[in-house]
Design a protein around this ligand. Structure first.
Ligand code: A3P
Length: 304
């Protein structure tokens, strides 16, 4: 039976996490049948934590020698086309597209670590995870979902979304368990799991992109650094640049969604929760986050 999930996306509790019901059969198929390759690189996240940005940054970093920046595929293709979202690919029954991709592939899922297909773990694939202040994740999600609702449906009030989020009831939630699984894995195997925060990329993109490249095994050479290649990657993937591109203004995220690609680029930045939450709400959510992360060594309160 269906438990009440996050409207308008019906979710179902599956192995401890609220998974969008429409994606569940595809996800189960992926868990059983996905064949990893040792040089696959995974971009992983809790939804609305900066996935699109990280996809663009990893893709631009990996392909920087292949394409000049003024003719780069990211100028013509949405980052989600360059780095496919497997939950969607499998739910559309198109895994052959992934099998046909040349190596090295950059792939994405929103699954928590415990639900990843086994071959990713047995082949020890590299994983990059991005997390974000849960307060901003919630606000971003709220806008995204309201934009996605079928037209007759009323927007979900923010207070209702807040309550559900605090209970962990949000697609791929609870967020804290999701983040913690990857955090713990990154502590155990830092050479294979790179754990990033959206806010630290905002604060110092130069340092993070260099770290990304090192982790991916394609560090920037001193010549590249001198020539400003790192800055070019950052510029290509910047919020303003991606948002302004024609490809990201048109096109649909999913054939069934009303939302177009521009819904991926809303505001960008940290701290928009201040415009949506009362101080009490923010304190409540922060308290839950602190309790959930207690003893882990991780903090998630973004900018204060
Ligand atoms: P906001 O809704 O707060 O603006 P995801 O890609 O995981 O769905 O996350 C979406 C969030 O990342 C949105 O946040 C979006 O605006 C922001 N974002 C997308 N591209 C970005 C970029 N290049 N730089 C910074 N933020 C970006």
């Amino acid at each position: 039976p269906l438990e009440e999930g996050w409207a308008p996306i019906c979710t179902r509790k599956y192995q401890g996490f609220w998974i969008p019901q429409r994606a569940l059969p595809g996800i189960m198929d992926m868990q059983q049948n996905f064949k990893a390759r040792p040089d696959d690189l995974w971009v992983l996240s809790y939804p609305k934590s900066g996935t699109t940005w990280l996809k663009a940054l990893t893709y631009a970093t990996m392909t920087r020698a292949q394409y000049p920046f003024d003719h780069h595929p990211l100028l013509r293709r949405n980052p989600h086309e360059c780095v496919p979202f497997l939950d969607r690919t499998y739910s559309l029954g198109q895994p052959s597209e992934i099998e046909a991709m040349p190596s090295p592939r950059i792939l994405n899922t929103h699954l928590p670590y415990s639900l990843l297909p086994h071959t990713i773990k047995s082949l020890d694939c590299k994983v990059i995870y991005v997390c974000r202040d849960p307060k901003d994740v919630l606000v971003s999600r709220w806008y995204f979902n309201n934009g996605m609702r079928p037209q007759p449906m009323e927007p979900i009030p923010f207070t209702k979304a807040f309550e559900m989020f605090c209970e962990g009831n949000c697609p791929y939630g609870p967020i804290w368990e999701h983040v913690l699984e990857y955090w713990e894995e990154s502590q155990r195997r830092p050479e294979k799991v790179l754990f990033l925060k959206y806010e630290e990329i905002l604060e110092d993109p130069l340092r993070i992109v260099k770290r990304l490249a090192e982790f991916m095994g394609c560090p920037f050479s001193p010549e590249e650094e001198k020539e400003g290649v790192v800055e070019e990657v950052i510029q290509l993937c910047s919020f303003d640049n991606l948002k302004s591109l024609e490809v990201n203004k048109t096109g649909k995220l999913h054939p069934d969604f009303v939302q177009t690609n521009d819904s991926l680029f809303r505001k960008g930045g940290a701290g928009d929760w201040r415009n949506h939450m009362s101080p009490e709400m923010a304190r409540k959510l922060d308290r839950i986050t602190e309790q959930k992360l207690e003893g882990s060594g991780l903090t998630l309160n973004g900018v204060d």
